[in-house]
Design a binder for this molecule. Structure first.
Ligand code: T1G
Length: 689
């Protein structure tokens, strides 16, 4: 065996050579790996007697793509395209042997090879779109030649992997190996190729699949229409369609050149910088400085959920999905029955869409037990309270849980705002109390705010983070304060949105500006969706806010066919003349003369106070890092990922510019806009978070 460099080795077994890459954790195509791979191909060419080459990786996966951490740095030769050219133009068959995930550049390496074999558990994907990119090393040119333009675009635009069995059906794979004997299977396959004199098979020479799309621009128009909504505001997706269309319309080398141009342009652009930042930020969030990765955490084999309502049901589903048995308790048998029905209905809907089998539905429902009192919780490893947002009620619940739950059980509250220290103080085991703040719908939204109270033990925090990963959530550790990170910053935005409509904007103006910025919905449409009457009661209502007035008028949101907007039977929203009159009357009674408010002012007044609040949160130590705050907003509130999150966005504008605007607003609108000490200091020093 020849060790080419620390990441690549070359060995020969008879007339079959193997290039083995070994660059933990995911064999990303760093400069060293690229150099090792290219040298291996040269050796395969030079060594006499070698008639076929297996390309395989050690460790847990095949190449998982270009090394994203290199993107911001000056490129180092050999660049990936030149390495792929060397593979593709080797005069001997190259067999890519894939296990784990061949993603991005990794898949492109496999496509530059002449044949492909994989373990049945392997996956293939081109996730570049999730980084604001398109495949930049031949993926948009070679893959269509293998599986056709339409299927290639589906893979490229989804960014999601396809499993080896399906990849075999599609023609991506020549063979499926025995699980666990990939190298042997690959060499046996190479033997067969040699014995039958099979030549190198370059995808650049294969055209029947793309011929079928030639002269049919409607194929690409249909795809463009199908994805326009999903990719509203994004840049890369239309370049991906154009590049695959080039594969159909242009000679290979020209298509490759155009692909590289578009890739480099996107890589240098703001959207990809933001999305690459988010990729690493989401992984950084799991790292808790004072709790090393070695903290074992506790084993969670059973979960109790208090409350069978929307949140409780959604929370329960997360654990059922992960194979963890759940006991759900509600004082009302009607509520319990409705909750179980809702869970079953959600699963059956997923099964009807093919996301689950009906057997899965039954398996998950069989893990669910319903009960009417807390005695059912005596043996649970974790109990999650999802009861009404009332501190007295929560304290009572936790005092009762303290008596019933076994020693070592973790007691978690799903509270959105309330003081977890106070809730913990209702028990004799505050070290076992933690906040697990799920976001509605709890079985869908990826974010989980892990509220670390003053006495929450490191073991419990570590367990919560491990559990987040296990149930497919992105856990972010936050500190105890009103609304923690997400809702505390949301309050700043809501406050400004409400002031803006008193001053002259209409709800639909504010919503339009924020939707144009990239949010899926604006604050007023969100309120209509959630219901204007959350926390409202007729007995205490005094028509002192526009929201109270609308609730008193029976306009409580989509569920009543009217809120800030009027809704038709299909719940399509349209601006309401009635609400416009209510708003105008309200302003008049407040002595405020409405004025025309620019979109820029609306945007800055909604976003900059969020950045300012984020700086306060950082300064108070209620978030571990600015990127955690961005992860919260992207995964909990739909902040457009191509803008990186509120803190990334503020830094990209220049914190000094944000402070100038805040001070301008402060002079007119008061101290809601007073720059936080941290923000002011960084702006003065020219530093950033
Ligand atoms: N580059 C650099 N580091 C990477 C990386 C990559 N491509 N992929 C993962 N890591 C790091 C990650 O930051 C973490 O580091 C560790 O590896 C484990 O990752 C030319 C231009 C492969 C499915 O987008 O999807 O190729 O936190 O925690 O959950 O056209 O990583 O331990 O220090 O996610 O088991 C395209 C991205 C790149 C794949 C494994 N490829 N990676 O998941 O582990 S662009 C991707 C993943 C490209 C070409 C274009 C996942 C995974 P740390 P992890 P995991």
């Amino acid at each position: 065996m020849i060790s080419i460099n620390p990441t690549a080795a070359f060995m020969v077994d008879g007339d079959i050579a193997t290039i083995m890459l070994d660059s933990p954790p995911v064999n990303a195509l760093s400069a060293e790996v690229r150099a090792g791979l290219k040298r291996g191909v040269e050796l395969a060419s030079d060594v006499q007697g070698v008639k076929a080459v297996v390309l395989i990786c050690a460790g847990r996966t095949f190449i998982a793509g270009a090394d994203i951490s290199e993107f911001g740095k000056p490129p180092t030769a050999p660049l990936l395209p030149s390495v792929l050219d060397a593979i593709e133009n080797l005069g001997k068959p190259v067999i890519a042997a894939v296990h784990g995930s061949a993603l991005g550049g990794g898949f492109e390496v496999a496509l530059a090879a002449h044949y492909r074999i994989a373990a049945p558990s392997a996956k293939f994907g081109l996730p570049e779109i999730k980084l604001g990119l398109i495949p930049g090393a031949g993926g948009t040119q070679r893959l269509p030649r293998l599986i056709g333009a339409q299927k290639a675009l589906e893979l490229i635009l989804s960014g999601d992997p396809v499993g080896a069995p399906e990849a075999k059906e599609w023609g991506i794979l020549d063979e499926l190996a025995e699980e666990g004997s990939l190298h042997e299977s690959a060499k046996a396959f190479a033997r067969k190729l040699i014995d039958r004199g099979a030549p190198p098979r370059r995808l650049r020479d294969v055209s029947e699949k793309i011929d079928a799309a030639r002269g049919k621009p409607e194929i690409f128009e249909t795809i463009r229409k199908a994805y326009a909504r999903k990719f509203r505001g994004f840049e890369a997706w239309e370049r991906a369609i154009a590049s695959v269309k080039n594969a159909v319309d242009l000679p290979f080398d020209e298509g490759i050149a155009r692909e590289r141009e578009m890739f480099e342009s996107l890589k240098a652009g703001n959207q990809s910088k933001a999305q690459r930042y988010v990729f690493f930020s989401e992984r950084q969030a799991a790292k808790i400085p004072d709790i090393g990765g070695a903290e074992p955490g506790r084993s969670i084999g059973s979960v109790g959920v208090i409350g069978a309502g929307t949140m409780g049901g959604g929370i329960a589903m997360n654990f059922l999905n992960a194979g963890i048995p759940v006991t759900i308790v509600d004082a009302s048998s009607d509520a319990l029955g409705r909750g179980l029905q809702t869970i079953r209905r959600n699963y059956e809907n997923s099964a009807r869409k093919g996301r689950l089998t009906f057997a899965d539905v039954e398996a998950r429902m069989s893990r669910l037990t319903a009960a009417l009192d807390y005695s059912a919780f005596s043996d649970q490893d974790l109990i999650v309270e999802a009861a009404f947002e009332d501190m007295a009620l929560k304290k009572d619940i936790f005092a009762r849980l303290d008596v019933i739950a076994k020693p070592g059980a973790i007691l978690a509250t799903n509270t959105s705002y309330l003081d977890v220290d106070q809730i913990a103080a209702a028990t004799k085991r505050p070290e076992d109390v933690v906040g697990l703040h799920f976001f509605s719908p709890a079985n869908v939204m990826r974010l989980l705010e892990i509220v670390r109270a003053a006495k929450t033990s490191k073991t419990v925090v570590a367990t919560a983070m491990q559990l987040a990963l296990r149930i497919g959530k992105i856990g972010v550790v936050v500190g105890v304060c009103h609304g923690f990170v997400g809702n505390r910053m949301l309050a700043a935005r809501q406050r400004e949105a409400m002031k803006l409509i008193v001053e002259g904007a209409m709800p639909w103006d504010v919503d339009r500006v924020l939707v144009d910025f990239g949010f899926p919905m604006g604050p007023f449409a969100m309120s209509d969706l959630a219901g204007l009457d959350i926390g409202w009661s007729r007995s205490t209502s005094t028509r002192s806010t526009i929201r109270e007035i609308l609730c008193e008028e029976g306009r409580r949101g989509q569920k009543t066919g009217a809120g800030y907007y009027d809704y038709d039977e299909a719940r399509n929203a349209r601006p309401s003349m009635f609400v416009e009159e209510v708003v105008r009357e309200f302003s008049k009674n407040k002595g405020v003369a409405p004025r025309a408010i620019s979109d820029e002012e609306i945007l800055e007044r909604c976003i900059f106070p969020m950045i300012n609040e984020g700086a306060k949160i950082l300064d108070e130590g209620k978030a571990l890092r600015a990127s955690d705050i961005d992860v919260v907003w992207i995964n909990g509130y739909g902040w457009p990922v191509y803008r990186g999150g509120p803190m990334f966005y503020g830094a990209s504008l220049g914190l000094e510019n944000v402070v100038v605007r805040l001070e301008t607003f402060q002079a007119v609108l008061g101290d809601d806009f007073k720059p936080s000490p941290l923000l002011a200091r960084m702006a003065r020093q020219g530093t950033s978070w």
